[in-house]
Design a protein around this ligand. Structure first.
Ligand SMILES: Nc1ncnc2c1ncn2[C@@H]1O[C@H](COP(=O)(O)OP(=O)(O)OP(=O)(O)O)[C@@H](O)[C@H]1O
Length: 595
């Protein structure tokens, strides 16, 4: 329950609306308790008028005026019930909105390691399912509790003032009802969660089947997947049947307990009337009405208790994420006049999750306008160097320097704005090609058509884009066209160029294009590369031949360093990889010619 205290700041924020809501509840309940009183008086008045042999017109007039008053009371009560919901339930929706924004903004602040540790499903659940459960506490939870407190106080006071003994008899079954409803609600909630879990499993199977449909069909695995789906669907059905059973118990439990209360009221009240303790039989009707009025609020105690328990568990999960501090924060707002000088000084980095030392005592420098290339086999630590350069995480030993200043002390936001990264794994949004390319631009800058054409020509993807019917407006992703791996890589290059970066990082981003296209792109990029600092990471020698400096990584360590010529003369790993790749290239050219 302590976790819910986190929400107090929101109660404070919306205190006036909430207080107004409470006022509406009070007014509504003041009106409500007058309704049975009116009926009691009606019974009394009718009895007296009939006994006094009044004319039928007089009796009809009494009936008409009482009915009119009852109608007015009901209408006003309805209006205030509407106002109550318009305030308290609205506040719960506002808090839901605020909380979602707060969680989302916090997610954005957290770093790479956080996303590695937690699954996407978990992140999604906390911002959607858990927030919804918390909202139920803030809305219906608060509303029903406040309502019960006032309604019970008012009715209890009124009943006591009429007859203490009858009051105690009538109220006895209500706490039992609360307890039973709590038990049933708790069971229902647990079963609903099981249904939800089965539903998630079922959705995952369907999602996996459709996203991997090509592999599935190629391997003829339809039957196997049908079986998996059927089994999961059967579990879903079983869980739903359990829930249907408990749901079916809910209303009968309430109806049965109301029946008991009403029976007690009529029986005890009747006896009291016979004994002359009660003189007006209207009191019995009044008590029956009070019991009925209190039924749902009392039943809601059980429901709200289990709802609050679930909200507390959800808020605890939300707090767990909100409490996480980003490992890396922007240390300063000082304006950065980035020149483009980069240095790695004896840097070592070990991944805490796998204990793999991906970068070992690595040193290199890239001066403004230079191009450094990093070559290495798969798993040699190339991408880890880029993560360190982008300050996705900090090295355990050594330092990364930007214009001779430790990266840890540099305005990270500005440094990242000056840097253009083309990652190894391309990610394009389900949006138009133009918007994907303009993605990295700051809000105050839009790109002209000329700029778009320029960068797409440099990335050698312009001719593909204009071939599409919708051109730059072509939608990508599920709702649009699917691009080839090479086209995606080239759009990703155009996106990085659009930022006019002072430091361009190409992380093995030409792997999906043939060597000829690779050469065209690299020659197109020449003006950008010559003017600014560039890092090219690759396991293909052809991509990096012309770099000012090349380092070869193996198992996180620098094993060779030099230019293409000096490394060829060295006749080490670089020269070996070069010869091997040259041979492979010639082989594939021959094969193409023969075909
Ligand atoms: N997030 C991570 N958590 C734990 N270990 C990791 C993580 N990322 C990479 N590693 C490990 O660090 C080592 C270096 O990986 P890295 O991705 O830097 O290599 P790479 O040279 O870029 O490989 P490739 O060319 O295949 O992309 C590998 O052994 C890898 O298993």
């Amino acid at each position: 329950m302590k976790s819910l205290s986190y929400l107090n700041k929101y109660f404070l924020k919306y205190k006036w609306q909430l207080l107004l809501g409470v006022l509406f509840i009070i007014i509504q309940n003041v009106l409500v308790i007058e309704m049975p009183e009116l009926v009691k008086d009606a019974v009394n008045d009718f009895q007296e008028k009939i006994a006094a042999n009044e004319t039928i017109d007089n009796i009809a007039w009494l009936a008409f005026s009482l009915a009119g008053m009852y109608f007015l009371l009901s209408l006003t009560k309805g209006i205030f019930l509407f106002f109550t919901r318009q305030t308290i339930i609205k506040v719960s929706r506002y808090v839901e909105y605020d909380l979602k924004n707060e969680i989302y903004e916090h997610y954005q602040k957290l770093n790479f390691n956080f996303y590695k540790r937690n699954s996407t499903g978990d992140l999604l659940n906390r911002i959607s399912e858990d927030v919804s459960k918390v909202r139920m506490y803030l809305g219906p939870g608060v509303m029903y509790t406040v309502n019960l407190v006032f309604l019970f106080s008012f009715i209890f006071w009124r009943m006591l003032s009429i007859n203490v003994e009858l009051t105690l008899w009538v109220l006895t079954p209500l706490p039992i009802m609360s307890f039973m409803v709590y038990k049933v609600s708790d069971r229902m909630n647990k079963q609903s969660e099981r249904v939800q879990r089965e539903q998630s499993k079922l959705s995952s199977i369907v999602q996996e089947t459709f996203s991997g449909v090509r592999v599935l069909k190629a391997y003829g695995a339809e039957e196997g997947f049908n079986k998996i789906f059927n089994e999961s669907n059967e579990n879903y059905l079983k869980r739903n049947m359990d829930l249907v059973f408990t749901n079916a118990l809910f209303m009968p439990t309430i109806v049965f307990l109301i029946g008991i209360s009403t029976t007690i009221t009529i029986f005890i009240g009747g006896n009291m009337y016979i004994d002359g303790v009660i003189t007006n039989p209207g009191v019995i009707v009044q008590f029956v009405m009070y019991v009925n009025l209190m039924t749902w609020p009392f039943a809601s105690v059980g429901w709200v208790t289990s709802l609050i328990q679930r909200a507390a568990a959800s808020q605890e999960r939300i707090n767990e994420f909100l409490k996480q501090e980003p490992d890396i924060v922007n240390p300063t707002q000082e304006v950065l006049d980035f020149q483009g000088n980069i240095e790695f000084n004896n840097v070592t980095y070990t991944y805490p999750t796998s204990n793999i030392t991906a970068v070992k005592n690595l040193s290199f420098t890239i001066n403004k306008g230079e191009t450094l290339a990093i070559l290495g086999r798969t798993g040699s630590g190339k991408s880890s160097v880029i993560h360190l350069l982008m300050r996705q995480f900090d090295p355990q030993e050594g330092e990364v320097l930007i214009d001779n200043k430790n990266l840890k002390e540099v305005n990270l936001e500005e440094y990242r704005k000056d840097t253009g990264v083309v990652p190894q794994e391309v990610f394009l949004f389900s949006d138009s090609i133009a918007n994907n390319i303009k993605f990295g631009l700051t809000e105050d800058r839009d790109a002209s058509q000329e700029e778009l054409d320029e960068v797409t020509k440099q990335a050698h993807v312009y001719h593909n884009i204009v071939d599409f019917k919708e051109g730059y407006d072509t939608l990508l992703g599920e709702r649009g066209v699917n691009l080839s791996g090479g086209q995606k890589q080239r759009i990703s290059i155009a996106r990085a160029l659009m930022r006019k970066p002072k430091f361009l990082i190409l992380d093995d981003c030409l792997s999906a294009v043939d060597t000829e296209t690779e050469e065209i792109i690299l020659s197109n990029l020449k003006p950008q590369i010559e003017k600014n600092t560039t890092l090219i990471v690759s396991h293909r020698v052809s991509s990096i031949r012309n770099a000012d400096k090349i380092i070869v990584l193996d198992d996180g360590e620098k094993i060779e360093e030099g230019t293409h010529q000096s490394l060829m003369q060295l006749n080490g790993i670089y020269a070996e990889m070069y010869q091997k790749q040259l041979l492979e290239e010639e082989e594939s050219k021959k094969q193409v010619e023969n075909n």
